[in-house]
Design a protein around this ligand. Structure first.
Ligand code: C5P
Length: 226
């Protein structure tokens, strides 16, 4: 299974002036944890890391120091995650029929989750890891007054990995560009194209590291694991 890792973001919401994936987490750059999990997942055979070219030197050093056993390619990212993934799709080897996409910022995903997603993708066109939400979610207006409370039993929090047939996802990205759709995950493009996307059980610890609080929680989880 081919794996694309979008890693071309910034550290803005973390209050950092550099890519948050280069921040240190439990004695390693954050991205190292994502790469180690991907390398340990037996179903993954090829890894594409999508980054801003000014980060490539640091990325390459991390890959070398970890002695990743699988082929790793560095792919230039874009201004948004959507553009970064689209670039990644164009850089896949021609043999890639299916692909998993996993945010570099979700550095606590386990090899087991990668393997589960890769296996489940043999039986559907598109899937995402997700978990049921625990909070009651409110839809609010611009003045912060509540408009609605959706039925919680139908709400799931989307994670990555997300997996798709490559040609199908490429077509959905093309359509998204034509229609000017702006989305924050790839499943949303399939949904807009009326293509079914399956949920596979995610992991509660599979946090997306966004704030310094997430970093502190991730540090604790890693210290328990190691
Ligand atoms: O910013 P956020 O954490 O939501 O980004 C999710 C993932 O997408 C991160 O791993 C980030 O590095 C990546 N990303 C990207 N290209 C961008 C913006 C974000 O690859 N332009």
């Amino acid at each position: 299974m081919y794996l694309l890792i979008p890693a071309a973001g910034s550290g803005r919401r973390m209050g950092s002036d550099r890519n948050k994936l280069l921040l240190t987490l439990h004695n390693q750059p954050l991205l190292a944890w994502t790469l180690l999990a991907a390398d340990a997942a037996t179903e993954i055979t090829w890894i594409g890391v999508i980054g801003q070219p000014y980060d490539f030197e640091d990325f390459q050093r991390i890959i070398n120091e970890l002695a990743i056993t699988k082929p790793v390619e560095l792919i230039p990212g874009g201004k948004t995650r959507q553009i970064s993934v689209s670039n990644g799709l164009e850089s896949l080897p021609p043999t890639a029929a299916r692909v998993l996409i996993h945010d570099g910022a979700r550095c606590l995903a386990t090899p087991h989750l990668f393997n589960n997603c890769a296996q489940a993708l043999q039986t559907c066109q598109g899937l995402i890891a997700a978990i049921p939400v625990k909070d009651t979610i409110k839809i609010v207006d611009q003045e912060h007054f509540i408009l609605d409370t959706p039925d919680r039993s139908q709400l799931w929090a989307a994670q990555t990995p997300q997996g798709f047939e490559v040609e199908l996802l490429r077509a959905c990205h093309r359509r998204g560009r034509q229609e000017g759709w702006e989305v924050t995950d790839d499943a949303a493009l399939l949904e807009k194209c009326d293509i079914p996307v399956k949920i596979v059980p995610g992991e509660e610890t599979n946090l997306k590291i966004t704030t310094s609080m997430d970093l502190a929680i991730a540090n604790f989880i890693l210290s328990q694991r190691h």
